[in-house]
Design a protein around this ligand. Structure first.
Ligand code: PHE
Length: 357
């Protein structure tokens, strides 16, 4: 039969087990082990017993007390374990979820090609200039020896804007050649002033050479796998006192072998026609190895700057002469990166674009 002490221990255990919080547990503890708790009362009761009874009853009470303390500690531990388990669950991490990523940006392949071109010509002493995309008829055509009734204009059909005039911006430029005029006129003006020249008439004094490239967007009414209504060109211009086709050939060969990182290619000039150069030539290249091996590929128009264009720059063609070229940047980027459809460059599909990073 259960004695009174065993009964108290059992009651204490079940009271501790029912405690849901540490505060509940401490309240339950006070009922048994506190100053006026059940065990303390029992100890006080010892005073009325004989010495022998005190001994055996005292030892039994102590055993019961220890059992209650052990149960209390076990319950404290259980509550702490449960609290930790709840916390871990609330803060659980799914380590199998994919990590959060910040998208890494990068340059467009056409921009990468343009940066290469600028660096290569920069190393050959060429300035890099930018010009307006909405251009005046004068710069895009007339100053380039292409008057209004010239048949060459029909190959440069473009987009016209409202409110322009022959000298105010009225069209989207069809090539970067207007930059030949814009840049040269500024260059000549600056050096005439520096030389104390009055500025009237064509300039035939001494000045530093004009050596510039002008990359940028150009526009024509044209659209298929190799033509886009917006495309990129880079203009090159070198004007001095004795600049000839042989300079054009050495500069262009140096450029193209550096751009494609190979000497295994050939360059040829194919006679052509542009109103602003005379003579004029298309520049073709042929790779001697690789997937494009053996095919002549057109990469640029070029020629010796026409005397009338030299005049429109403000220079005396008896003293100044030079060459110009205009190359398709998109075409060069397609060849360098092995892209077979120009339109991929302008669709903005990251699956395509991320391959160039
Ligand atoms: N502007 C010409 C074109 O777009 C290319 C060119 C530039 C030709 C400079 C000769 C000299 O077709």
């Amino acid at each position: 039969m259960m004695n009174d002490l065993d009964a108290i221990v059992a009651t204490a255990k079940s009271a501790f087990a029912q405690a849901r919080t540490p505060a509940d547990l401490e309240n339950a503890k006070a009922q048994f082990l506190g100053k006026s708790g059940r065990m303390t009362e029992l100890m006080k009761g010892l005073a009325a017993l004989s010495v022998d009874e005190k001994k055996s009853r005292g030892a039994a009470i102590n055993l019961a007390k220890q059992a209650i303390e052990a149960a209390l500690n076990a319950s404290r531990q259980a509550l702490a374990d449960a609290e930790l388990a709840t916390q871990l669950q609330a803060e659980a991490l799914d380590v199998t979820l994919p990590g959060r990523q910040r998208g890494q940006g990068g340059l467009h392949p056409v921009s990468l090609a343009q940066e290469r071109i600028e660096a290569i010509f920069g190393s050959m002493g060429f300035d890099v200039a930018q010009g307006p995309e909405i251009e005046a008829d004068w710069f895009n055509f007339t100053a380039l020896n292409t008057p209004e009734d010239h048949p060459a204009r029909s190959m440069h059909d473009t987009f016209y804007v409202e409110g322009g005039s022959a000298t105010a911006p009225n069209l989207l430029r069809t090539h970067t050649s207007p930059m030949q005029i814009r840049y040269a006129v500024q260059h000549v003006k600056r050096h005439r002033i520096a030389a104390g020249d009055s500025g009237a008439g064509l300039f035939s004094g001494a000045m530093p050479e004009i050596r510039v490239i002008a990359p940028g967007r150009t526009y024509r009414v044209d659209s298929d796998a190799t033509h886009s209504p917006m495309f990129h060109q880079v203009e090159g211009l070198w004007v001095g006192e004795n600049i000839s086709f042989k300079d054009l050939k050495s500069v262009y060969l140096n450029f193209i072998t550096t751009f494609f990182e190979t000497d295994a290619l050939q360059l040829r000039f194919r006679p052509s026609y542009f109103p602003f150069t005379e003579p004029s030539a298309e520049i073709d290249i042929m790779f001697e190895s690789g997937p494009l091996k053996g095919r002549w590929l057109e990469v640029s128009g070029s020629g010796q700057v026409h005397p009338q264009v030299i005049r429109n720059m403000g220079l005396d063609p008896e003293r100044y002469i030079g060459f110009a070229f205009g190359s398709g940047i998109d075409r060069l980027a397609m060849l360098r990166y092995g892209v077979n459809d120009l339109r991929l460059f302008f669709e903005g599909d990251v699956r395509f674009l991320s391959q160039f990073q």
